[in-house]
Design a protein around this ligand. Structure first.
Ligand code: P1T
Length: 377
């Protein structure tokens, strides 16, 4: 597949030539753990499914194409993908992280990896002076989300890449934007990570993670770790992400249209103190959003009067289902303080208890607006 084709074409075809033996147009689910060898070490490219599996290989080729990278890697979850990146580093290494991230990322970094001697600084990545001042000889990685979970803050990827000295990698968790909206490798980032559980899968039926990158040596190290650590996705899960991605571009367009209308509605609602959505003119980084993103995405957060009101609203919607996760075709609502970001409680990156987060789906906008209107009444 020629990776210079348009995104919409790559989403449907990259890594997915029809099966040469049967002509099957959909990638077969190679539900096998092992592969027969003609003689010891003499096989057809596959020897054991932790190391490689053809369905997973198709997904890995697809994600590389979507992100404009040379290499893709797939994992059992977004956290597994993140963890595998962090295993590139060793005790004493220092990592700069944006101070608004998914709660599970905070938990992995501070409660697991810090026990192995990795050191983390949590910073406002829009304060470039502070980022520069935090750099140390031991700094090896800048980790960022843009837009962030749950406050939809943006980071200027190209500017931050420029700020990093040689030897400091930049990894972007691109889960909220998805590759149809922004491709961080093209802006100079070294590694892109996704929870494919979200927009890539798109149907709330799979947990997975993926990486994309250009550097051959880093790819070899990550591929080694993928096999050595073993947090790989099964073939069925790989297939579900392959199938989900085929409609990513049209889903994201509708997610974004619906989310913008909802953000505008919430901005005018007296019960809402603040709305966080990069597509709103009132978003402090709206200009950066227009420059860096093709779509503003389906995630909207809002600040209500207090925690009690936020909890009540989260329980009152009928179409927006109260659940963790995001990026599926159906709309979800959640209370980050007690749900997705409970692990950041009392920390330097704790979220406001009055915050409510929406994952806006692709249902009819009038039904979604009516649901929010009744829940806020
Ligand atoms: O859940 P998993 O596939 O392991 O991905 C973790 C992850 C990583 N990065 C971001 C930006 C995420 O949002 C997530 C998962 N987030 C949720 C489950 C959530 O509801 O926010």
């Amino acid at each position: 597949m020629n990776n210079d084709l348009h995104f919409e074409t790559l989403a449907i075809h990259a890594g997915q030539d029809p099966d040469p033996t049967t002509g099957a147009i959909m990638t077969p689910i190679y539900q096998t753990s092992t592969y027969v060898q003609r003689a010891p070490g003499e096989h057809q490219g596959y020897d054991y499914s932790r190391s490689d599996n053809p369905t997973r290989a198709a997904l890995e080729a697809l994600i590389a194409a979507l992100e404009g990278g040379e290499y893709g890697l797939a994992f059992a979850s977004g956290m597994a993908a993140t963890d595998t990146i962090l295993r590139l580093f060793k005790s004493g290494d220092h990592i700069i992280v944006g101070n608004d991230v998914y709660g599970g990322t905070y938990r992995l970094f501070e409660r697991v990896l810090s026990r192995y001697g990795l050191q983390f600084s949590w910073l406002d990545l829009n304060n470039h002076d502070a980022v520069q001042a935090a750099l140390r000889p031991e700094t090896k990685l800048l980790w960022l989300e843009t837009p962030t979970n749950p406050k939809l803050e943006l980071a200027d990827i190209a500017a931050l890449v420029d700020l990093m000295p040689d030897g400091v990698m930049v990894a972007v968790d691109n889960t909220f934007a998805s590759p149809v909206s922004q491709q961080p490798l093209r802006l100079g980032a070294d590694i892109v990570m996704h929870s494919s559980t979200k927009y890539l899968g798109g149907h709330s039926d799979v947990v997975g993670g993926v990486l994309a990158l250009n550097d051959q040596e880093t790819h070899q190290q990550l591929k080694f770790l993928q096999n050595a650590v073993g947090s790989v996705p099964g073939p069925m899960d790989s297939f579900l992400v392959l199938r989900g991605v085929k409609t990513l571009h049209i889903r994201m367009e509708r997610h974004s249209e619906n989310a913008l209308q909802i953000a505008r509605f919430l901005e005018d609602h007296p019960a809402v103190r603040q709305v966080y959505y990069p597509g709103l003119e009132s978003h402090p980084q709206h200009e950066l959003a227009k420059r860096q993103m093709k779509y503003f995405g389906g995630m909207v957060s809002m600040l209500l009067e207090n925690e009690e009101v936020a909890r009540q609203m989260s329980s009152r919607t009928k179409i927006f289902a109260l659940a963790e996760s995001l990026g599926g075709v159906e709309s979800l609502i959640e209370h980050p303080y007690s749900m997705t970001h409970a692990s950041t409680a009392d920390s330097e990156i704790a979220v406001d208890p009055a915050l409510v987060r929406l994952s806006v789906g692709i249902e009819h906008i009038d039904d979604l607006l009516a649901d929010l209107r009744q829940a806020l009444a």
